[in-house]
Design a protein around this ligand. Structure first.
Ligand SMILES: *[C@@H]1O[C@H](CO)[C@@H](O)[C@H](O)[C@H]1NC(C)=O
Length: 262
């Protein structure tokens, strides 16, 4: 269910953040839908260079052994349609991935499902590449707070991955509700956020690590959640909302990694 989990968003503290040049369309409230191009300009897509290389080499009918340790990632920024060349987009190699030291891949319900990536080169901010805000440490969103999950993941259970960036409006389900026995029960912890679970909206995002974007009172967009896990029964199964890492719980960790010795 869970692969490598990345905070697939650029985040900023003091710099201007959370104000896209091209505002997202938040007028429609039902269903997953194509996002306005570049309206979530902190959205990152991750590329596994090993997979990409294998694909190319296999199509040439050659057998090449690639050492497992040489798993190399790149991230693409400023993207909307992943299948075409787009002006204003850039790809940058990842030089380092820092996974939370308490993360246990055999036990996602344990939490700590967060990682940071460091890029080999700095990236200039443009109209299509901008920063999201981090929520203030400890922020808890109330029940039914509207947020948007974005990604190129599956459009429906077992469906194809999307070519263009999708957005889906999800309402926050508070911890008291989400941890009740007929919802997620004790699988959900206070270090997580639940959103969705009405069983109706076909927002089904396969990209673990994608952002849950929530607008603050001052209009700026904050990344409150990182897609962590969902129901094995399918997308947005009734009373099984998507579960996100609660970013506001990890502000100190994020800051310590950013300013740390590495
Ligand atoms: C990780 O989770 C598994 C399954 O719950 C458990 O058996 C194991 O002891 C955990 N590992 C650590 C280092 O806590």
């Amino acid at each position: 269910m869970i692969r490598i989990l990345l905070l697939s968003a650029l985040v900023a503290g003091a710099l201007t953040c959370g104000v896209p040049t091209y505002p997202p369309d938040v007028t429609r409230v039902v269903g997953g839908e194509e996002a306005t191009p570049n309206s979530w300009p902190w959205q990152v897509s991750r590329w596994d260079l090993t997979m990409l290389l294998k694909l190319v080499l296999n199509s040439w009918a050659q057998v090449i052994l690639l050492p497992h340790s040489s798993r190399t990632y790149a991230v693409a920024l400023g993207r909307h349609n992943l299948y075409i060349a787009e002006s204003g987009s850039v790809a940058v190699l990842v030089s380092m991935t820092v996974v939370h030291e308490k993360w246990n891949s055999s036990d996602v319900s344990n939490g700590y499902d967060i990682a940071l990536v460091k890029l080999t080169n700095p990236v200039s901010l443009t109209d299509k590449i901008q920063l999201a805000c981090l929520p203030p440490a400890g922020t808890i969103l109330p029940n039914n707070y509207p947020c948007y999950v974005t990604g190129w993941g599956y459009l429906q259970t077992d469906g194809p991955a999307a070519e263009v960036l999708q957005q889906g409006r999800l309402l926050v389900v508070d911890y008291a509700t989400c941890s009740s026995p007929d919802w997620w029960g004790s699988t959900v912890k206070t270090c997580m956020i639940c959103a969705g679970g009405d069983g109706a909206i076909s927002s089904c995002f396969g990209d673990s690590g994608g952002p849950l974007n929530c607008q603050a009172a001052d209009g700026r967009w904050e990344v409150h959640g990182i897609v962590s896990f969902g129901s094995s029964f399918g997308c947005n199964y009734y009373h099984k909302p998507s579960v996100f890492t609660r970013v506001s719980k990890y502000i100190d960790w994020i800051n310590s990694v950013r300013t740390g010795p590495a």
